[in-house]
Design a protein around this ligand. Structure first.
Ligand SMILES: *Cc1c(COP(=O)(O)O)cnc(C)c1O
Length: 427
């Protein structure tokens, strides 16, 4: 222990901050054990899928150009379909982000005059322009897709009465966002999503239920496809890429839905048959293999941060003791200096660009300056330890990721160290 303390001191963590962290960590033993047990189950789930699909080293070979007969790509898609219990999957580097994958899933499955319904309130920011909630060139609205939204009730639950009213003969697709993202509503459990899907399918069996699964993969032992979702969609630079995927997105689900999405991604008539994997397959397989443990580390970090800052009197969402359904942690600091110090601490703990001091800047599309900490191997990767927040009340930092628990722990201790040094908290 003595040696470890010295090592933390070399990194800039005082013994006072370290022992405060240790007291919090000691109180979380049981919760961490539960997270490890889920990770073990999910690790076995991923391994079984790889074995059942006879993954072999020839699948790591690179293809170029059209990518006809890209065996590694096809088997990877079968592995994703097996892991998430779907009929088919589209897992591609050509899906450049979560937003892009969601756009392809939506635009591939909706036709002019169809209605798209969001029964969980306003979707993630970037989806506003995809759908056309905010006018945007090329939005679904420009193609004649009608959008309806039913807001959540004030307690964060589904407004079943109004969802029933919103469903009609034109409703083609229902989009459900699992994670709160950077909103203040609760994240839904897979069970809650299953209840919502059952309610919707009971009234309209032919409607396509799609779940935006971003930040939710491997947090639980079941996924939305296990409770009736026709499609789940996510980003490979979040949970399922395990930190190793340098780009990519996935869509898993019913074969006809995936096929329609694939005709939108490449071209009608081509679909899944084309698209070279360019040598990225090994990272995709290996990242998926590591994902359950990486997610476990990120979850421990989120819970550790919640408990540290909750005990110091800050407002944290989710709170220190509640069950988790995604990896995001929000901490409200109440004043700009504390938010800035927190983000600077996360940056200072990074393996990449630790010497850089993040400053708030006027980011396009935001109504207040934003501060971001990201010392990541992959640009924008939010399964890696990262934090950001807008410089406006309540001065909340949104914190997520950490490829290992030990790194997430250092990041949080470093953030606390910065706050202590600036006399913004006393421990
Ligand atoms: C991150 C995220 C997205 C968008 O993914 P990008 O890869 O950033 O485009 C969509 N929905 C939710 C809930 C997310 O967390």
């Amino acid at each position: 222990m003595m040696e470890l303390e010295t090592m933390y001191q070399c990194l800039g963590i005082s013994s006072q901050v370290l022992s405060y962290g240790k007291s919090i960590e000691d109180s979380l033993k049981e919760r961490f054990e539960a997270i490890d047990a889920r990770a073990e189950y999910n690790q076995m789930k991923v391994l079984k899928a790889m074995q059942d699909n006879r993954v072999s080293d020839i699948h790591f070979a690179a293809t170029t150009g059209y990518g006809y007969n890209d065996l590694g790509r096809d088997i990877l898609e079968n592995v994703y379909a097996s892991v998430f219990h779907g009929e088919s999957a589209l897992v591609r580097p050509q899906l450049i982000s979560g937003t892009h994958a969601l756009h392809i899933a939506l635009s591939g499955n909706l036709r002019p005059k169809d209605e798209l319904l969001s029964p969980a309130g306003k979707p993630y920011d970037t989806l506003e322009e995809v759908i056309g909630i905010r006018d945007s060139v090329g939005s679904l609205k420009e193609y004649g897709v009608i959008y309806r939204q039913v807001d959540l009730l004030s307690d964060g639950t589904f407004d079943y009465e109004n969802i029933k009213k919103a469903l009609n003969e034109k409703t083609k697709l229902v989009t459900i966002q699992r994670s709160k993202g950077y909103d203040t509503r609760p994240t839904f459990s897979v069970k809650q999503i299953g209840e919502l899907i059952a309610f919707i399918k009971n009234r309209k069996p032919d409607v396509i239920c799609m779940v935006d699964n971003c930040y939710g993969e491997f947090v639980e032992t079941i996924e939305p496809t296990d409770v009736g979702a026709d499609m789940i969609v996510g980003s490979l630079i979040k949970n399922p890429g395990g930190g190793l995927a340098p780009i990519g997105g996935y869509i898993v689900g019913r074969k006809d839905c995936i096929d329609r999405a694939s005709y939108r991604l490449s071209a009608p008539g081509l679909g899944k048959e084309v698209g070279a994997s360019l040598g990225l397959n090994q990272s995709f397989y290996q990242g998926l293999f590591l994902a359950p443990t990486v997610v476990a580390g990120a979850l421990k970090g989120a819970i550790f941060a919640a408990n540290i800052y909750e005990k110091l009197g800050f407002f944290v969402v989710p709170n220190g003791s509640e069950e988790r359904h995604d990896i995001i942690q929000a901490i409200s600091f109440g004043k700009p200096e504390a938010l800035i110090a927190f983000c600077q601490g996360i940056q200072a703990a990074a393996p990449v660009d630790s010497f850089v001091t993040p400053e708030p800047w006027d980011m396009p599309g935001y109504d207040a300056p934003v501060i971001m900490a990201a010392g990541a191997f992959v640009q924008g990767s939010s399964i890696e330890l990262s934090a950001d927040g807008p410089l406006k009340p309540p001065y909340a930092a949104y914190f997520q990721g950490g490829l290992t628990w030990y790194h997430a722990k250092l990041g949080i201790l470093m953030s606390l160290q910065k706050l202590v040094e600036k006399n913004m908290v006393t421990i």
